[in-house]
Design a protein around this ligand. Structure first.
Ligand code: ADP
Ligand code: MG
Length: 269
């Protein structure tokens, strides 16, 4: 029996791939919304200076007074940092371009790789009761992404179903190994999720076959189809589950959330 009197510790997952445009932000937003639909409380940490996750969840630039940068440096109150979004039960710490200088500015900080780890684990976080924290990483293997990997229990790797998809993966895997050796030995790969999958396209099928052959169980069974509703949703500042709840994209993200929860249940058992 879980002890309900104790504050729960959120599971922290980084969505990482140093390639841009592979579906990190889309998967962060929609997986968060799908987990929240199941009654879980989710925090999204926008760790990309482009701030796309913030925009996609309805936090306009003018409402980003306090950002992930302040969170990293422990310079703001959590009540100011953690915002409600357009998705029920999904909160967010937003990002602005400020973060782009963090890589350089934080370099002199002796705790530079542990800033996000320490920020997430500050005792005041407990009161929010988050079940999952999802970190939307920038498209590079810089200090910000290293912070995400050090802070996380596991990594989700979105992989776009197109030629060369697997190429960048070895670099990411090497970074994960380095982080395990230096700072976070328990870091797991939660799974690799194929995104923008087009079942009618031989190339998508080939990428899927390659990924499953080479990476086996690491690849989620759920695949995210290319779906126009998924790409439209952010311009309405909504998850696709809100924007078009009956769409194929929404169904795919619900299935991914279900698969992830099942995996985590098994591990906890
Ligand atoms: P990243 O965060 O890795 O840079 P994004 O999540 O921003 O990638 O996705 C890149 C682009 O692809 C965006 O314009 C997004 O709307 C689009 N996109 C992502 N997933 C899908 C999908 N399943 N179907 C259609 N378009 C998608
Ligand atoms: Mg992104």
């Amino acid at each position: 029996m879980p002890d309900l009197s104790r504050p729960k510790t959120p599971r922290v997952m980084a969505l990482a791939n140093q390639k841009g445009g592979v579906g990190k932000t889309t998967t962060t937003i929609n997986l968060a919304a799908a987990l929240a639909e199941k009654g879980l409380k989710i925090l999204v940490v926008d760790l990309d200076p482009q701030g796309n996750a913030s925009t996609g969840l309805g936090i306009e630039a003018e409402h980003r007074e306090f950002t992930t940068y302040d969170f990293l440096l422990d310079e703001s109150k959590l009540d100011d940092l953690i915002l409600e979004t357009t998705a029920k039960n999904v909160s967010l710490i937003p990002a602005t371009v400020d973060l782009s200088s963090a890589d350089i500015e934080l370099f002199a900080n002796e705790k530079r790789s542990f800033l996000l780890h320490d920020a997430i684990r500050q005792p005041d976080m407990d009161q929010f009761g988050f079940d999952y924290i999802l970190i939307d990483c920038p498209p590079s293997l810089n200090l910000l992404t290293v912070n995400a990997l050090v802070a996380s229990n596991s990594v989700i790797v979105p992989l776009q179903s197109e030629f060369f998809a697997l190429e960048g993966l070895s670099q990411l895997m090497m970074t994960i190994r380095e982080v395990r050796q230096s700072a976070n030995p328990k870091l797991r790969i939660e799974g690799i999720v194929l995104t923008m999958y087009d079942a009618r396209n031989n190339l998508s099928q080939q990428v899927e076959a390659d990924a499953r052959e080479n990476l086996g169980d690491l690849v989620f069974e759920s695949v995210i189809p290319r779906n126009v509703r998924v790409s439209e949703a952010p311009s309405y500042a909504m998850s696709v589950l809100n924007y078009d709840t009956a769409s194929k994209g929404a169904a795919a993200y619900r299935a991914l959330a279900q698969e992830l929860l099942k995996k985590n249940d098994k591990m906890a058992a």
